[in-house]
Structures are given as structure tokens and as C-alpha cells.
Design a protein around this ligand. Structure first.
Ligand code: CP
Ligand code: NVA
Length: 300
């Protein structure tokens, strides 16, 4: 059966564990200079409708390191952006490549790709989910804290990154509190899915309350790709939710995550991102190892 990765809860807890273990192994193998060619002669097709630094480069590099190849297909490079239906693209690419990664606006488009593709489809970010990011986030938390119990506070917009992260925490039984302005909280769908996984997040509108008992504080931009026309409204709605030294003084030992790209001076200060407590560049590097773990699991 072809497995897809449209969101993190496409995996069971045991499968997520397997992917994370593979990722950690690939990371240490790369450190030792002995990455095995586990995806030799495999090709990854990469459909991207939005810009990307980390996701694009980590997938391409990950395929190279594992002995395979990636083909980047921007919207203007193929017929998809010029009227060819997604379902035709899905079936055509399935005849050429071994897996497809796609970064699209509507989550329904990833689901349609998965419905028609005969090879694994991987969500490289939609408006609703960013499960590949969650893999790297969980890998970073695990390598920082080992097996001890960890409390995480998400502060800001309960966006695509937060939604997949909340489900990932539920799968791994990580204690999560999500602090957002009232109108930007996690929606019922995510709360129900996290609940059915047995470990739903706490929610609050008070960032100070959320960070007070946190080992890790995580944030993302207030204005995601495609929301640029809401900029003024959002900047004022998220006032008080910035990760700055004052908020973090309530959690003196807490580490900081950000999926990047960051808008310094908006959701996070330059000082915090450059501080000793920041894990963001380890987190960014872990995208590479997480992609390798996922691809090897999907294509095995
Ligand atoms: N975090 C992340 O997905 O970054 P990119 O948009 O650069 O891929
Ligand atoms: N929430 C951000 C994440 C970017 C990686 C966005 O969708 O633009």
C-alpha cells in the first residue's frame, strides 16, 4: 500500500518513533562521514507553489546524500501552473518519480495529489499543516532533553506549523500549552484529532501563563505566506505575544524554537533569536536529517 504524509497524524506513534530514530541515525552517520546510499537511483519530484529555503534545500540535499536525485518543479516550470489539472500532474509524475513533495496553498490540493498519485506524497507545507517541520521540531526537542518529560509553550498564531506540532506533541505525549489571541486559536478539528490521540494541548490567551512552566517556547510568524493583505490587522491582534526577554524572564531556563523564516521585531526579537537559549539553527539543520528519515521510511 502506498503511504502518504499529508499530516503528522498519518503516522502512528510507533511509526513516528521509527522516522525519528532513522533521522537521528542519519545525523550521526553524516557526522561520521558515512551516510549510506539508501535511496540510490530514487527520484523525488518537488512541486512548489510558495517560496522555500529550508524545505527545498533539505529535501534536495537529503536525496543527494542518500544517493538519489530530486527534481524541483516550480509553478512556472510545469503545466500545473498553466491549467493542467493536479490529478493529471499526480498521475503523470507517478510514472517517473518515486515520491512527490508538494508545497501548496490549499490543504485539499495535497489530499487530491495523494488520491491520484501512485507514489508517496509528502506535504512540504500547506495553509493548514507543516508536518515535515514537526519531525525536525520533535527531533530537536528529543536531542536537547533526551527521554525526560518536557513542557512546551506555543506562543502566537495557531497556524499550519502550530497545528501539525500540536498533533506531533499528542503523538509523542509531550505536554503542550498553546497561547494565542482569542480569534487565532487552534480549531476544533485539531483539538479533536489531538484528543483522539490521547494528549490534547491546553489552550490559553495568556502568553505569560503558558511560558511560566515551559522548558521550550516555540513561535512562528504572525503573517504566513498568503496572508500579506492582513498584515496591519494581524500586527495589532498579536500585540503582547512577542517572544522577548521580558516574556522569557518568566521562564529563565527555557529554550526557544522558531521554524524560520523569522520576522525579527514582530513575533520574536533579534536578541532572543541570537541568545544562548535559541535552538533555531539546530532545528533548521534537523530538517535535513528528518527529511532523510522520512524518505527512507516511505520508500523502503
Ligand atoms: N521552516 C520552513 O519550512 O522554511 P522554508 O519556508 O524556508 O522551507
Ligand atoms: N507559517 C509560515 C511557515 C513558513 C515555514 C507560513 O506558512 O508562511
Amino acid at each position: 500500500m502506498t503511504r502518504h504524509f499529508t499530516d503528522i497524524d498519518d503516522l502512528s506513534s510507533a511509526e513516528l518513533e521509527d522516522v525519528l530514530e532513522r533521522a537521528a541515525k542519519y545525523k550521526s552517520q553524516q557526522r561520521e562521514g558515512v551516510t549510506p546510499p539508501d535511496l540510490e537511483r530514487k527520484t523525488l519530484g518537488m512541486l512548489f507553489q510558495k517560496p522555500s529555503t529550508r524545505t527545498r534545500v533539505s529535501f534536495e540535499t537529503g536525496m543527494t546524500q542518500l544517493g538519489g536525485h530530486a527534481v524541483f518543479l516550480g509553478e512556472d516550470d510545469i503545466h500545473l501552473g498553466h491549467g493542467e489539472p493536479l490529478k493529471d500532474t499526480a498521475r503523470t509524475l507517478s510514472g517517473y518519480v518515486d515520491a512527490i513533495t508538494a508545497r501548496v496553498f490549499e490543504h485539499a490540493n495535497i489530499e487530491e495529489l495523494a488520491r491520484y498519485a501512485r507514489v508517496p506524497v509528502v506535504n512540504g507545507l500547506t495553509d493548514d499543516a507543516h508536518p515535515c517541520q514537526t519531525l525536525a521540531d520533535l527531533l530537536t526537542v528529543r536531542e536537547t532533553f533526551g527521554d525526560r518529560e518536557v513542557s512546551v509553550a506555543w506562543v502566537g498564531d495557531a497556524n499550519n506549523v502550530a497545528r501539525s506540532f500540536a498533533l506531533g506533541c499528542a503523538l509523542m505525549e509531550i505536554d503542550l500549552t498553546v497561547a494565542t489571541p482569542e480569534e487565532y486559536g487552534l480549531d476544533e478539528d485539531i483539538l479533536d484529532r489531538a484528543d483522539s490521540l490521547g494528549s490534547p494541548p491546553e489552550t490559553t490567551n495568556d502568553p505569560a501563563e503558558a511560558v511560566a512552566r515551559a522548558d521550550v517556547v516555540y513561535t512562528d510568524v504572525w503573517i504566513s505566506m498568503g496572508q500579506e493583505d492582513q498584515r496591519d490587522y494581524r500586527l495589532s491582534a498579536f500585540e503582547g505575544f512577542q517572544l522577548n526577554e521580558e516574556l522569557l524572564s518568566k521562564a529563565p531556563d527555557a529554550k526557544v524554537l522558531h521554524c524560520l523564516p523569522a520576522h525579527r521585531g514582530e513575533e520574536i526579537t533579534d536578541e532572543v533569536i541570537e541568545s544562548e537559549r535559541s535552538l533555531v539553527f539546530d532545528q533548521a539543520e534537523n530538517r535535513l536529517h528528518a527529511q532523510k528519515g522520512l524518505l527512507s521510511w516511505l520508500l523502503e
